[in-house]
Every structure is written in C-alpha cells, then in structure tokens.
Design a protein around this ligand. Structure first.
Ligand SMILES: [Zn+2]
Ligand SMILES: [Zn+2]
Length: 725
C-alpha cells in the first residue's frame, strides 16, 4: 500500500451561510476527515468557521482547492450534524442556514482574555507589617483570589496586596478561561411527591435509564406538579452521567422556574437564550460541547447546541406557539425536539395541561406514552368556572367589567385575596376612530390599525412598532379632538378598575408596559409576594406562574381569540383561556374563574365551563379529521413578499399556474395574506394541502426547482404553518 494516510484529504465543508451544499476543501496532511470537525475555511478574502460534512463533491480542480485548518478540540457531535441535515430537508431550508443555528456564537473558538489571580507562595516577605500578616493569614487557605477580593477580605489597602505580590509572597496563577459550571446535585433535596407524581416520576426515570428513544406526554392539570415529576427524570440523567435539555417557551419569563430548579438540585441550571451576553453564550456553548454543562434550560435555539451525551429532552408547555420560529429557518421546536431525541436515541417528555391536538392524537393512538396527573398538588382543588353572558349583562357603554365580575372582585378584595384580570390586548384601546367621519388610523407600513397607548400618549403599530403622536386633527375630515377609543385594552381596564376600587393596589403586566420588561417582571414578583391585590395582564401572566393567594381570575373578553381562516384559532383560544383559568385557586383557598363572553354556546366556552378539556379536544379532532387539517393531513404555506405590489401578485399567479398536478395534493391561492401589507411589504400566500402520508417536501422541491422568483420578491416556505397572518 502507498502511504495514503499522509496525503491531504479532500472533504466537503459546510459553511454557516445560506448555501445548499458543502464546498470542497483540502485538510492538512495527516488530519483525519471526521464529520463534525470545525475548520477555518478561507472563502474569497474572508475566513469562516465551517464544519467537515462529508465526502468532497469533486467538481473543483485539485490546484484550485484551498486548505481548511482544523480547530483543535472543537467538534460537533455526529448526531447534531445529522439533525442539521434532517431539519434542512424537512423545512426546505439551505443546510448552511440550519448549520448557522448550531454555530450562532460569535468568536466561540477564540480564546478569552487570560484571567489571573493570586495565591500564597510560601515565600516569606523580607519585611513584615501587621497589614501584610493579616493578608497572609487570610490567604493561608491556599485559594486563588483577585487582588481586590484579597484587599477586601483582609481589610487592607490594594497597595498592601500589590507589595506582597512584588515581594514574591503572593504569586500569580492563571485561571481557567471561564468559571466552572455549577454542578446540579441529583439528590440535593428530593421533594415529597404525591402518589400521582411518584408514578409519573418512576415511569420517566425508567425511560431515562433505558437510554433509548421514546416520547411521553406528561399530561397534568394546571398546578398538578408536572415540573417536579420531570425533575426526577432530570435527576436520573444526572445520575447516569448524561446531559438534560429543558425547553421553555419564553425563557426570559421563567424566574420562578429557575428557583424551583435550584430548590431541587442545589444550584441554577445553565441558561441559553437571546438575552445572554456574548461572553456568557461562549461559556455556555463550550461547557455544553465539553459535557461540563449538565442541565441546560433554554429557548428553542438550545435545540441546536452541541451536546455530546444528551440523555433527556423535556419540552415544557409543549402546546405553546412560541416554539415555532417564524423567521429565517422556519421550524417548530417541539417537533424538531422529537427528531433530535430520535437521532440521539434518548427519551423526550412533552409536558402540558392543554396538549396540542397533534400531541394528544399521538398519545391517543399509542404512538406516544401517556402519563396523566389528574389532581392538583396538595390541598388545592380545580377552580369553579362560570360564564357571564355579556349580551344580557353589561354595565355602562365603554365599561368592560360586568356587575357580576365587579361583585366578585369586591368579595375577593374584602377577603384579603388576590385577583387577576386577563385581557389579551396591549395598550389602551385596540381601535381609534374619528367620531365625525369614521376614519381609522392605520399604520403606514402595515394594513393594521394603530393602537393607542395612553401612558405614552402615542399610537403604536403592534406589528412593526411604528409610532406617532395621537393626531389633534382628523387627517381625513379635519375635525378637532374627534378621536375616540373603541374596545378595551389593559390600560383602559385599569382605568375602569381604579375608578371602581380606588383603595385596591393594582398593576399592569403587559409585554410593552411603558417602563419595559423589567417593570413587568417586578410587578409579577410583587404580585407573587402579595404586595399587589389585582393584576391586570395580557398573556404574559397566563403562563407558568404560581400565585398562591390568587382566588379569582376574570377574563374580560373571551371572544378575542378567533382569527378568520385560521384553522387553529379555537385551539389557541382554548389553550390560552384554560391557562389563565388555571392560575386561580392554586393555594389552600378555592378559586373561581369568571369568563365574560358574547358567545356562551361556542364550543370553547362550553368546554371551559362545563364539558371539559377532553370534550373540546375530541370535537377539535373531529373537525380536523373532516377538513384533513394537521395532524390528519399536511399543510405548507408559500408566502411571497416584496415592496413592488404588482410584481408580488404576478409572481404568485405564475407560481400557482406552474404547480404540478398530483394525486392527493391541492394548491390554494394565491390570496392576500391576512395582513396584506406588513412592514411595507405586500404579501401573497399560497397554501398547499396534502393527504396524510404524502411527501409534501418532495412535491414542493420539484415544483420550486423550476419556479422563477424575481430578485425583488422573497419566497418563504413554511412547512406545518401555525400562524395564518
Ligand atoms: Zn374624521
Ligand atoms: Zn406597522
């Protein structure tokens, strides 16, 4: 045999750019072409971090090939590479664009600036002073400390520390680049579980022990302690030396979750989300890659981290629509988490009190295992739910608290308990209208109404954040001060509440309260501590919070969830209202829920008040089966957008004409998207509907391969769309 091993290997390197395929490079002689190896790949005048993906394609002449230098110690696990390929195929995204999700840390391979600290050297200084002696006494434990820390510890000036270092009595040592990760302790403080929880926990522990792929729906009523049950699975993963990933829909809002984790495991988990600093991201990414980070709690992007020994994935609140990434690579993190678990051959737990139809159907037909927690933890009972028919019961015009709700608020406040008023409308009023001519202020970038925010005295578009001052004069008819607010927003409900209950302590929690998210977090914490009597909030308060003193939840307008032409509107509406209702009565006092509606016969309202969750899910399954809507059929959206409206429409029409005929596939549209103009771009939508079992991706690939999309029109493909705006 000739000395083949020494020859430079030719490999395909995938770059984190929207590229369809890897590029060919040479590796330096002697470097084995292992999939996942990170390399510095020259591209034009730039150098990019790429990943050895597979065999070279071979079209490039040998003398044109450039060499990619391997990055020591950095390698993506093979299962992650497979995952990137899988996601790219499924979502019809460029593999390079998906890889970018897995390499989203700028400068991850660059070394951090060296950190140094001082330790005692054992060399006595030639001159001793009381201050110096104090320092040496404190440093006798041999631990490395920063100079400022030493000065503080010994109560001396920084000059004393410096002089001891100069004299050689303290010496500099290099610290690791990053502080070590806290190590969660699997038996730090096992809480007492109910029999229901114990049964679920045992089952989940077994699934982790088996080290093979399985999907379990952890289906528990609000307040049943699902988190504590799946923490036992996390403990088992720790015990077995594996890593665990817990996905949460909105990581920035999960202070309470982190505290519960710390109570069980003795320290906080590593977090991964968009609010981390660059340095923190680097630290977490590297700790995940080395296996040092044992438990990661993250938003959907945590799914693309390089875990070398993933032993468990948990998707909490699996029904949440926040798991869908709607921009760039469009994917559903819950669905892709199931794929990642399969590729890692590890169990995955989907937890919810209101499972998505997809998950519920899979549990019912036996594809997923199904664990139920039917009772609230401890003494708490499920709250009593009552509908208030707003057709017969309403107060003065422009008022949104019915007499029944006012009476219940009064009783709650007198009893010294807390109430939550829920309305999923930010700002003061959803619509601002001229009383003279009926003119509505719309956004200049979007076909959406401007929303009045009275605190800030501004009109704001909730889609593109465009703002103006409230006009003094109507731009259409010229009338002065003719604008009135129509409908309720949280600010307006607060105004009405304050007028009716001037003594009560009230706060608003909304994602755009005028002082920003920090104020909202502070309000939520103050409410949890009982320093506020009534919280008026949007969906930000609906999720995951535990307020033990809360005994009344009032839903101001339950009819807001509906969206025309959105097959998931009922499901979404039910999930949200059910979550809100679930905030009530979680402590030792019974809770009640009052729902104001004009449609008390609507299946969503009836399910909330009488028939219950499963009746709703079963009915929804029947509707979807009839309409061949997912999971009983497949959908994909093609959205065309651009600033040239005529061009966008023409492209949509041409695209529809070239759709290949295929059995079991229908193409609808083009039709204007719900918000036809969004951020200044005209949008047209085509909807592809296929029977279950049809490979909709192949169909789309064939069709779009020959499609001509002009440069100024952007085509976005959304497989399994959940939003129909
Ligand atoms: Zn007017
Ligand atoms: Zn706008």
């Amino acid at each position: 045999m000739p000395a083949m091993a020494a020859a430079p290997a030719r490999v395909g390197v995938l770059l984190p750019l929207p590229l369809q395929a890897p590029y060919d490079y040479l590796l330096p002689p002697g470097v084995a072409p292992r999939r996942g190896l990170l390399v510095r790949a020259p591209l034009g005048a730039r150098e990019l971090i790429g990943v050895v993906w597979g065999k070279a394609e071979g079209a490039v002449a040998a003398d044109k090939l450039r060499t990619a230098e391997p990055v020591e110690d950095f390698r993506l696990p093979a299962a992650l590479c497979d995952f990137v390929d899988w996601v790219a195929r499924y979502t019809l995204s460029a593999p390079g664009a998906v890889l970018a999700q897995a390499l989203r840390v700028r400068g991850v391979i660059e070394p951090e600036m060296a950190r140094r600290a001082l330790v005692i050297s054992g060399v006595a200084p030639s001159r001793m002073t009381p201050a110096r002696a104090l320092v040496l006494e404190r440093m006798a434990d041999g631990l490395a400390r920063m100079p400022a820390e030493i000065a503080e510890l010994a109560g001396v000036s920084p000059g004393v520390v410096k002089s001891l270092a100069d004299a050689g009595a303290l010496k500099w040592v290099a610290l690791p680049e990053f502080e070590p990760c806290p190590a969660p302790d699997h038996e730090f403080d096992a809480v007492k579980l109910s029999p229901d929880q114990l049964r679920a926990a045992e089952h989940l522990r077994d699934a982790v022990k088996k080290r093979e792929f399985s999907v379990t729906l952890l289906d528990g009523v609000t307040g049943s302690g699902k988190t504590e049950a799946y923490f036992e699975a996390v403990a088992e993963a720790l015990l077995g030396g594996r890593q665990a990933l817990i996905l949460l829909p909105e990581i920035a809002l999960t202070v309470q979750f982190l505290d519960r984790f710390a109570a069980r495991f003795g320290c906080q988990p590593m977090e991964w989300h968009s609010d981390l600093s660059k340095r923190e991201r680097k630290r977490v990414y590297r700790a995940v890659m080395s296996g040092e980070a044992r438990v990661i709690v993250g938003a959907r992007s945590a799914l693309f981290l390089p875990y070398p020994k993933l032993g468990l994935i948990v998707v909490d609140e699996e029904h949440e629509h926040a798991y869908k990434q709607e921009e760039g690579v469009i994917y559903h993190a819950r669905d892709m988490a199931v794929v990642r678990a399969r590729l890692e051959n590890c169990p995955i737990v989907l937890a919810s009190a209101t499972p998505s139809i997809e998950t519920y159907a899979n549990a019912k037909n036996g594809r997923y295992e199904w664990l139920k927690l039917a009772h609230r933890h401890g003494a708490a009972e499920m709250p009593e739910v009552r509908l208030i028919d707003m057709r017969s019961e309403h107060g003065e015009p422009g008022q949104f608290l019915s007499p029944s709700l006012r009476a219940a608020l009064d009783a709650t406040l007198r009893a010294g308990e807390q109430a939550l008023l829920f309305l999923n409308r930010r700002g003061y009023a959803p619509l601002t209208l001229c009383t003279h001519c009926g003119h509505k202020e719309t956004c200049r970038n979007c076909s959406a109404w401007m929303v009045e925010h009275r605190y800030r005295k501004r009109l704001v578009c909730h889609h593109c954040a465009y703002e103006t001052a409230l006009p003094v004069r109507c731009p259409q008819c010229g009338a002065e001060e003719s604008f009135i607010a129509c409908g309720p927003g949280v600010e307006r409900v607060e105004e009405e509440f304050r007028a009716a209950f001037p003594e009560a302590r009230v706060a608003i929690a909304s994602s755009d309260t005028f002082l920003g998210p920090a104020q909202t977090q502070a309000a939520i914490r103050a409410f949890a501590r009982g320093e506020i009597d009534v919280m008026i909030g949007t969906q930000i308060v609906a999720k995951g919070h535990h307020f033990p003193q809360l005994t009344l939840a009032g839903i101001i307008d339950a009819d807001l969830g509906g969206g025309a032409g959105d097959p998931r509107a009922a499901e979404r509406s039910f999930q949200l209202l059910h979550q809100v209702a679930g905030r009530s009565g979680r402590g030792d006092r019974p809770g009640q829920v009052l729902i104001q509606t004009r449609n008390p016969d609507d299946p969503v309202m009836r399910a909330l008040a009488e028939t219950g969750r499963d009746a709703f899910l079963e009915e929804e399954i029947r509707v979807r089966e009839r309409g061949r809507i997912p999971p009983f059929g497949r959908l994909a959206s093609l959205i065309l957008a651009g600033t040239d409206a005529i061009r966008v429409r023409e492209t949509g029409r041409d695209l529809a004409l070239t759709a290949p005929k295929a059995h079991g596939i229908a193409v609808w549209g083009p039709a204007p998207a719900f918000y036809q103009v969004l951020r200044g771009r005209t949008r047209e939508r085509l909807l592809v509907q296929a029977e279950k079992g049809i490979d909709i991706q192949s169909y789309l690939r064939t069709w779009l391969a020959s499609a001509k999309i002009p440069a100024n029109v952007r085509l976005t493909i959304d497989v399994d769309p959940i939003s129909f705006f």
